[in-house]
Design a protein around this ligand. Structure first.
Ligand code: NJP
Length: 244
């Protein structure tokens, strides 16, 4: 069967663009996200374009659901841990612990669940790749970044640790850390629907990245020859300061 790439959070933004890009590169893509209608629509569209794609309704924070998902696959060569996001942009003293918990669950435990469930298949591939979509927020910090920064630092550390632990095995680990990406939903969720606040933050960067920019980066990194490990790529808009 064809080399298979699982993309979590494939219902919008970077995940959807990455699934589309990997499908164009010849992978069978498995699109996983909670919004079943969205992933089904995209999978259907890809199949109509002659690609190989299937959709799966999945909440990455639900361990039992992730195990059932893994059991449903007949192979997995690439796992793109993209599901994630930010909730709230308050200073630490004002932050809502419930938001922090949810960010930790999706950005950190989500990666852990998928990685543990799919490692046997990635090993069996003989040439497996795990991608972790972290963030520039996972490498430094900024005021108001709080819980998102903490969670993405967690994702960054998982990638670094896994790379050490899997060294010598046929599974490589690639971290992609984007700066500001203009996706339809990320900023809305982050600022609780307050579009004015979101616009004010985004106004600081003249031309943010597009989801396509990151999809192309993921595709390039996973299609390097199998003896090459791209450890970490930081991709930011030219107009975004490089100190975070
Ligand atoms: O955001 P958005 P992006 N289980 O909101 C899914 C990181 N990043 O594409 O479940 C399964 O369009 C959700 O699907 P659904 C960011 O942290 C972004 O910009 O149907 N899936 C949706 O498809 C994230 O890790 C920027 O609601 C779950 C997807 O996640 C990744 O890039 C900058 C889920 C989120 O798509 C994609 O973000 C940066 C769950 N429990 C890093 N919860 C940026 N945009 O500026 C959510 O440095 N999803």
């Amino acid at each position: 069967s064809r080399r298979t790439a699982v993309v979590t959070g494939a219902s919008s933004g970077i995940g959807a663009a990455t699934a589309r890009r990997l499908a164009a590169s010849g992978y069978r893509v498995v699109l996983a996200a909670r919004r079943a209608d969205r992933v089904e629509e995209l999978a259907t569209e890809l199949v109509e374009e002659g690609r190989d794609a299937v959709a799966y309704a999945l909440d990455v924070t639900d361990r039992a659901a992730v195990d059932a998902f893994a059991a449903s696959l007949d192979r997995c060569d690439v796992l793109v841990n993209n599901a994630g996001g930010a909730l709230g942009a308050d200073r630490v003293e004002a932050a809502d612990p419930a938001d922090w918990r949810r960010m930790y669950e999706v950005n950190v435990l989500g990666v852990l669940h998928l990685t543990q469930a799919l490692l046997p298949a990635l090993r069996a591939s003989g040439d497996g790749t795990i991608v972790v979509l972290s963030s520039t927020a996972g490498l430094a910090t900024y005021e108001g970044g709080g819980g998102y920064v903490a969670a993405k630092h967690g994702a960054h550390v998982i990638a670094e640790t896994l790379r050490l632990e899997l060294c010598g095995e046929p599974v490589r680990v690639i971290e992609i850390a984007p700066g500001m990406v203009k996706t339809e939903e990320f900023a809305k969720k982050r600022f609780g629907g307050d579009e004015e606040k979101a616009a004010a933050v985004y106004a600081g960067v003249a031309e943010p990245l597009t989801a396509q920019d990151i999809a192309d980066t993921v595709d390039w990194a996973v299609t390097r020859p199998s003896h090459v490990n791209i450890d970490l790529l930081v991709v930011r808009p030219r107009a975004q300061a490089s100190n975070y």
